[in-house]
Write a protein that binds this ligand. Sequence first.
Ligand code: GLU
Length: 293
Amino acid sequence: MIEISRQKPKFRFAPSPNGPLHLGHALSAILNHDMAAKAGGDFLLRIEDIDQTRCTPDFETGIYSDLSWLGLRWQEPVRRQSEHFPAYQEALQALIERGLVYPAFLTRGEVKARVTALESDGRPWPRDRDGTPLYPSDDRERSDAERRRLLASGMKHAWRLDMEKALAAACGPLHWQESGDGETSAIPADPAAWGDVVLSRSDAPSSYHLSVVVDDAVQGITHVVRGLDLFHATSIHRLLQTLLGLPEPLYHHHRLLLGSDGKKLSKSMGDTGIAEWRRQGLSPVELRRRICL
Ligand code: GLU
């Protein structure tokens, strides 16, 4: 059950056009659409295409076509992240000015080598919830003068959140409101488990985490309904919302659809693609039944 706030409820489906939509996306889109209708709210569509190396216009066209076939209608205009890089840059700049982010110069290979060296005494270096080693402290510990020198030399860099400083600036424990079966509960956020998360890369001016909180605020999203795979990422989103003074939406993380191998569906699994269902002549009603809606 989704609680209705006094503001007009706004839901969004936010796919990335980096592959064909599968049944898991259909579940998420339909849930958002139907919950918005039930709450008398709006259903918005956002195209999360910050990664310009993997997103293509064809996949984007496929999203519109699949969602229309499912019978979903969304409010125009669609927000395309690639058209809003200055908004993410502004948010990043605000964090830079408060000293809450730092330029990170280590390449992927250097991080790997550093972690191997750190683990040479047999003690494992901490990993985040996705199993990725936390970013080593080398860049965080650089002096301002050293940072300025490296930046002036034109060295490629990302911007990472200084988690310790960010937590201190957030002043106190963070929670988010999760709506479940008929009730809403406060979930303690644990952003520290993710270490110094990346907010912008040299090849992508914003990260998913930064853009998603900016966009949810700009679009006035009151209800974030998305898969359980993003449950723990919400910790980072609550921290960024707090640091940037952005409103807090209500969250609902829905069940995931699993493939026959027991794993989460992926965009490379053609047999579970919505387009494939359409090609086989199945109807949207049959698709809804297949995903137990
Ligand atoms: N773009 C993300 C995805 O396709 C969804 C992000 C979100 O709903 O917050 O998995």
